[in-house]
Design a protein around this ligand. Structure first.
Ligand code: SF4
Length: 413
């Protein structure tokens, strides 16, 4: 259950199912997961996004096995305190569903239901409103069947009280719902106010003082009905960053073309994943090829700048960063392929690349590279750096490169 809860954070069930099945087949127990390598975890998680979640899951398993004598914490407080990557929601879900603790969960679905039922119109992402929602959920949770209650509340939000088209007429809590009551009251045919106390949004009318009401800057909109609640949280646009990345290929390597991948640092964005050599560059206006070539040479020794070809552009949005990759390729045409690489780098075949621990962004980069195969595309209009590599003779720099690597006599990686 811990695995499924972590995988389902910010990811649809349909996407998760395959990952979950493969994960549980590979590591059916906490002991199995604890003894896995980070490389294996990243490899299985590749494509699911938010890669630190997989790493934290494994760290948590190691903690349970190594420090807690194999005993999983059973309360929300202990789960959140002791296990890395387990936040308030995940702790509440595990404790209530797996261990019957009468503790609340508030995910996006529950938040939406509660905001509508109690007509809470203030920004639900604010600390104050969030605390109010958790407090409310804690008051409501059924002490006899907390797991069932929490799952039902989440399911209500997912299937009935949906973001755009809530099914109020078939909703089991419509008689309690203040958003629904307000819609009913404001219909022209309504002649009487519904029973019950004042709506939250009426508790300090027009004063702008209530911290739960719809803000006076965004009052009730009749055309939105119950979807006036919850208020859309104010989101900052993702930060824009730019990168140049290069697919360094050896077309004559044994077993087919091999591509150079390097490992990212073990902390930060995409920690420990493999990528084509990349550099962060300034936005438009500066040509990234020089910095990129320098980066490539730290892994592969002197390289001929004239073979660097611009293939296109890839945009990938991570949770908080919109990253634009300028995609390049560079082909090593020499007769003596190399298959060993410095620590932190690997030469992979195309097939190995597909199953490696690489991010979705790198798979997009790979597709741009693939679209330029075979060489008929290499003289494309996108090329900003050089003539097609097939027209070039090996340079002196390439001879140096050949010496940099060991000769072919061993397997890649
Ligand atoms: S009555 Fe409508 S708005 Fe209220 S909880 Fe049910 S579906 Fe949501």
């Amino acid at each position: 259950m811990w695995v499924s809860e972590v995988m389902l954070q910010q990811t649809q069930v349909a996407t998760v199912i395959n990952y979950y099945t493969r994960w549980m087949q590979k590591w059916p127990t906490l002991q199995d997961l604890a003894s896995a390598s980070l490389e294996e975890v990243n490899q299985l998680w590749a494509g699911l996004g938010y890669y630190s979640r997989g790493r934290r899951l494994q760290e948590g398993a190691q903690k349970v096995v190594g420090e807690l004598e194999g005993h999983m914490p059973r309360t929300a407080e202990a789960l959140q305190k002791l296990l890395p990557g387990v936040g308030r929601y995940t702790a509440g879900a595990i404790a209530s569903i797996a261990f019957d603790q009468a503790t609340a969960v508030v995910d996006g679905n529950v938040m939406r239901v509660l905001c509508r039922v109690r007509a809470i119109g203030a920004d639900p992402s604010s600390n104050f409103v969030s605390q109010q929602l958790w407090s409310l959920a804690q008051q409501l949770v059924d002490p006899a069947r907390p797991g069932d209650f929490n799952q039902a509340a989440m399911e209500l939000g997912a299937t009935v009280c949906t973001p755009q088209r809530p099914l109020c007429s078939s909703c089991p809590v419509h008689s309690l719902c203040r958003a629904h009551q307000r819609v009913t009251r404001e219909q022209p045919s309504a002649s009487q106010s519904p029973p019950g106390g004042p709506d939250v949004e009426e508790c300090a009318p027009n004063t702008g003082q209530c911290r739960l009401c719809l803000p006076h800057t965004e009052p009730w909109n009749c055309t939105l009905g119950v979807t006036n609640f919850p208020r859309k949280p104010s989101r900052r646009p993702p930060r824009e960053e730019h990168s140049a990345t290069c697919v360094l290929e050896q077309p004559r390597a044994p077993g087919g073309t091999r591509l150079l991948l390097v490992q990212r640092p073990h902390s930060g964005l995409l920690a420990g994943l493999w990528e084509f050599p990349s550099v962060t560059v300034a936005p438009s206006g500066q040509h990234p090829s020089k910095a990129l070539l320098q980066e490539l040479q730290t892994w592969a020794g002197p390289l001929p700048a004239t073979r660097l070809q611009h293939l296109g552009e890839v945009v990938h949005t991570f949770s908080h960063i919109k990253l634009t990759y300028q995609v390049f390729s560079l082909t090593l045409e020499e007769q003596n392929p190399v298959t060993t690489a410095p620590p932190g780098a690997r030469w992979l075949t195309r097939e190995e690349f597909q199953s490696a621990a690489v991010s979705t962004a790198m798979k997009k980069v790979f597709r741009v590279y693939e679209a330029h195969q075979p060489g008929i595309f290499r003289g494309s209009r996108n090329s900003q750096v050089s003539a097609p590599s097939s027209c070039k003779k090996p340079s002196r720099g390439q001879q140096v490169l050949d010496n940099y690597f060991q000769p072919l006599n061993s397997a890649a990686q």
